[in-house]
Design a protein around this ligand. Structure first.
Ligand SMILES: C[S@@+](CC[C@H](N)C(=O)[O-])C[C@H]1O[C@@H](n2cnc3c(N)ncnc32)[C@H](O)[C@@H]1O
Length: 181
Protein backbone atom coordinates (compact mmCIF):
# COMPACT_ATOMS: atom_id res chain seq x y z
CA UNK A 1 0.00 0.00 0.00
CA UNK A 2 1.43 3.40 -0.95
CA UNK A 3 0.88 6.73 0.80
CA UNK A 4 -0.88 9.61 -0.93
CA UNK A 5 2.49 11.36 -1.33
CA UNK A 6 4.03 8.27 -2.94
CA UNK A 7 0.98 8.03 -5.21
CA UNK A 8 1.44 11.70 -6.18
CA UNK A 9 5.03 11.03 -7.18
CA UNK A 10 4.00 8.00 -9.22
CA UNK A 11 1.35 10.12 -10.95
CA UNK A 12 3.88 12.83 -11.87
CA UNK A 13 6.76 10.56 -12.82
CA UNK A 14 5.51 9.94 -16.36
CA UNK A 15 5.86 13.61 -17.34
CA UNK A 16 9.34 14.16 -15.89
CA UNK A 17 12.48 14.29 -18.01
CA UNK A 18 15.83 16.05 -18.14
CA UNK A 19 14.35 19.29 -19.52
CA UNK A 20 11.30 19.33 -17.27
CA UNK A 21 10.40 22.46 -15.32
CA UNK A 22 8.58 21.58 -12.11
CA UNK A 23 6.79 23.56 -9.44
CA UNK A 24 6.62 22.60 -5.78
CA UNK A 25 3.86 24.92 -4.59
CA UNK A 26 4.35 24.00 -0.91
CA UNK A 27 8.07 23.45 -0.28
CA UNK A 28 8.00 22.65 3.45
CA UNK A 29 10.78 20.19 4.21
CA UNK A 30 11.29 19.62 0.51
CA UNK A 31 10.36 15.97 -0.01
CA UNK A 32 8.52 16.81 -3.22
CA UNK A 33 11.29 19.09 -4.51
CA UNK A 34 13.82 16.36 -3.73
CA UNK A 35 11.70 13.91 -5.70
CA UNK A 36 11.75 16.19 -8.76
CA UNK A 37 15.51 16.67 -8.43
CA UNK A 38 16.09 12.94 -8.05
CA UNK A 39 14.22 12.42 -11.33
CA UNK A 40 16.85 14.58 -13.07
CA UNK A 41 14.56 17.53 -13.86
CA UNK A 42 16.10 20.73 -15.20
CA UNK A 43 14.58 23.17 -12.72
CA UNK A 44 12.38 23.12 -9.63
CA UNK A 45 10.63 26.34 -8.68
CA UNK A 46 9.26 26.23 -5.14
CA UNK A 47 7.07 28.41 -2.95
CA UNK A 48 6.99 28.60 0.83
CA UNK A 49 5.71 31.34 3.15
CA UNK A 50 7.82 30.37 6.19
CA UNK A 51 11.26 31.85 5.65
CA UNK A 52 13.01 29.73 8.29
CA UNK A 53 11.56 26.52 6.83
CA UNK A 54 12.55 27.62 3.31
CA UNK A 55 16.13 28.50 4.25
CA UNK A 56 16.66 25.27 6.16
CA UNK A 57 15.28 23.19 3.28
CA UNK A 58 17.23 24.99 0.55
CA UNK A 59 20.45 24.70 2.52
CA UNK A 60 19.92 21.02 3.30
CA UNK A 61 19.07 20.10 -0.29
CA UNK A 62 21.94 22.18 -1.67
CA UNK A 63 21.07 21.87 -5.34
CA UNK A 64 21.33 24.85 -7.69
CA UNK A 65 18.39 23.54 -9.75
CA UNK A 66 16.09 24.39 -6.81
CA UNK A 67 14.87 27.99 -6.95
CA UNK A 68 12.79 28.75 -3.86
CA UNK A 69 10.65 31.84 -3.36
CA UNK A 70 9.47 33.08 -0.01
CA UNK A 71 6.02 34.10 -1.16
CA UNK A 72 2.57 32.60 -1.40
CA UNK A 73 1.88 30.21 -4.26
CA UNK A 74 -1.16 32.36 -5.10
CA UNK A 75 1.32 34.86 -6.57
CA UNK A 76 3.15 32.28 -8.68
CA UNK A 77 2.61 34.19 -11.93
CA UNK A 78 5.08 36.83 -10.66
CA UNK A 79 7.83 34.22 -10.91
CA UNK A 80 6.79 31.70 -13.53
CA UNK A 81 7.74 32.83 -17.00
CA UNK A 82 7.64 29.46 -18.71
CA UNK A 83 5.25 26.56 -19.10
CA UNK A 84 5.45 23.89 -16.46
CA UNK A 85 5.63 20.12 -16.89
CA UNK A 86 4.62 19.12 -13.38
CA UNK A 87 3.27 20.86 -10.32
CA UNK A 88 2.56 19.58 -6.83
CA UNK A 89 0.50 20.92 -3.94
CA UNK A 90 0.90 19.21 -0.60
CA UNK A 91 -1.70 20.99 1.50
CA UNK A 92 -1.85 21.51 5.24
CA UNK A 93 0.91 22.37 7.68
CA UNK A 94 4.56 21.46 7.83
CA UNK A 95 5.39 18.71 10.35
CA UNK A 96 7.88 19.88 13.02
CA UNK A 97 7.14 23.53 12.22
CA UNK A 98 4.39 25.91 13.35
CA UNK A 99 1.18 23.91 12.84
CA UNK A 100 -0.84 27.13 12.92
CA UNK A 101 0.74 28.12 9.60
CA UNK A 102 -1.01 26.09 6.99
CA UNK A 103 -2.50 26.40 3.56
CA UNK A 104 -5.93 28.01 3.36
CA UNK A 105 -8.62 27.22 0.86
CA UNK A 106 -9.01 30.69 -0.67
CA UNK A 107 -5.35 31.21 -1.56
CA UNK A 108 -4.93 27.55 -2.46
CA UNK A 109 -7.82 27.76 -4.91
CA UNK A 110 -6.31 30.83 -6.60
CA UNK A 111 -2.97 29.05 -6.85
CA UNK A 112 -4.51 25.92 -8.36
CA UNK A 113 -6.33 28.04 -10.96
CA UNK A 114 -3.13 29.89 -11.85
CA UNK A 115 -1.15 26.67 -11.84
CA UNK A 116 -3.47 25.06 -14.37
CA UNK A 117 -2.91 27.99 -16.69
CA UNK A 118 0.87 27.50 -16.42
CA UNK A 119 0.80 23.76 -17.22
CA UNK A 120 1.96 22.73 -20.66
CA UNK A 121 -0.17 20.39 -22.77
CA UNK A 122 0.14 16.91 -21.22
CA UNK A 123 1.52 18.53 -18.07
CA UNK A 124 0.29 17.18 -14.75
CA UNK A 125 -0.70 18.61 -11.40
CA UNK A 126 -0.85 16.53 -8.21
CA UNK A 127 -2.82 17.70 -5.18
CA UNK A 128 -2.49 15.91 -1.85
CA UNK A 129 -5.35 16.71 0.51
CA UNK A 130 -5.52 16.15 4.24
CA UNK A 131 -9.25 16.05 5.02
CA UNK A 132 -9.02 16.62 8.79
CA UNK A 133 -11.13 19.38 10.34
CA UNK A 134 -9.21 22.32 8.86
CA UNK A 135 -8.40 20.63 5.58
CA UNK A 136 -11.96 19.57 4.83
CA UNK A 137 -13.08 22.94 3.46
CA UNK A 138 -9.93 23.24 1.33
CA UNK A 139 -10.49 19.80 -0.18
CA UNK A 140 -14.17 20.47 -0.83
CA UNK A 141 -13.71 23.88 -2.44
CA UNK A 142 -10.87 22.82 -4.70
CA UNK A 143 -12.50 19.54 -5.69
CA UNK A 144 -15.67 21.41 -6.43
CA UNK A 145 -13.77 23.77 -8.74
CA UNK A 146 -11.88 20.94 -10.45
CA UNK A 147 -15.09 19.05 -11.09
CA UNK A 148 -16.31 21.98 -13.23
CA UNK A 149 -13.36 21.82 -15.63
CA UNK A 150 -14.21 20.84 -19.18
CA UNK A 151 -13.24 17.22 -19.71
CA UNK A 152 -12.05 18.11 -23.23
CA UNK A 153 -9.42 20.33 -21.61
CA UNK A 154 -8.49 18.50 -18.41
CA UNK A 155 -8.52 14.95 -17.14
CA UNK A 156 -9.21 15.00 -13.38
CA UNK A 157 -9.02 11.91 -11.21
CA UNK A 158 -9.20 11.20 -7.46
CA UNK A 159 -7.33 8.36 -5.76
CA UNK A 160 -9.40 7.81 -2.63
CA UNK A 161 -9.39 4.89 -0.21
CA UNK A 162 -12.97 3.64 -0.15
CA UNK A 163 -12.70 1.90 3.19
CA UNK A 164 -10.97 4.61 5.28
CA UNK A 165 -12.16 8.05 6.31
CA UNK A 166 -10.22 11.27 6.81
CA UNK A 167 -6.94 9.96 5.43
CA UNK A 168 -4.77 11.88 2.96
CA UNK A 169 -5.63 11.34 -0.68
CA UNK A 170 -4.51 12.40 -4.12
CA UNK A 171 -6.27 14.29 -6.87
CA UNK A 172 -4.45 14.32 -10.21
CA UNK A 173 -5.01 16.60 -13.19
CA UNK A 174 -3.62 16.29 -16.70
CA UNK A 175 -3.98 19.11 -19.20
CA UNK A 176 -5.25 17.87 -22.53
CA UNK A 177 -5.12 20.96 -24.71
CA UNK A 178 -3.31 24.27 -25.03
CA UNK A 179 -5.93 26.26 -23.20
CA UNK A 180 -6.46 28.38 -20.12
CA UNK A 181 -8.90 27.35 -17.40
C1 LIG B 1 2.18 19.92 4.13
S1 LIG B 1 3.44 21.15 4.10
C2 LIG B 1 4.36 20.76 2.64
C3 LIG B 1 5.18 19.52 2.74
C4 LIG B 1 6.34 19.53 1.80
N1 LIG B 1 5.94 19.42 0.41
C5 LIG B 1 7.37 18.49 2.16
O1 LIG B 1 7.66 17.64 1.34
O2 LIG B 1 7.89 18.56 3.26
C6 LIG B 1 2.60 22.62 3.55
C7 LIG B 1 3.51 23.83 3.47
O3 LIG B 1 2.82 24.85 2.76
C8 LIG B 1 3.25 26.09 3.28
N2 LIG B 1 2.29 27.12 2.88
C9 LIG B 1 1.15 27.51 3.50
N3 LIG B 1 0.53 28.46 2.79
C10 LIG B 1 1.28 28.68 1.67
C11 LIG B 1 1.16 29.55 0.55
N4 LIG B 1 0.13 30.38 0.42
N5 LIG B 1 2.12 29.49 -0.40
C12 LIG B 1 3.18 28.65 -0.27
N6 LIG B 1 3.35 27.80 0.77
C13 LIG B 1 2.41 27.82 1.74
C14 LIG B 1 3.34 25.86 4.76
O4 LIG B 1 4.16 26.80 5.39
C15 LIG B 1 3.89 24.43 4.82
O5 LIG B 1 5.28 24.43 4.95
Amino acid sequence: MRSAVEMSHLFLRNVLHSQAVCVDATLGHGKDSQFFLDQGCRQVIAFEIQEDVLLETVQRIGDSRLEAHCQGHETMEEVLTQEVDAMIFNFGYCPHADSKIKTSWSTSLVAVQKGLQMLRKKGRMALVFYPHAQGQMEAERIESYLSTLDSQDYWVIAFHPLNQRAVPYLVGVEKRKETSC
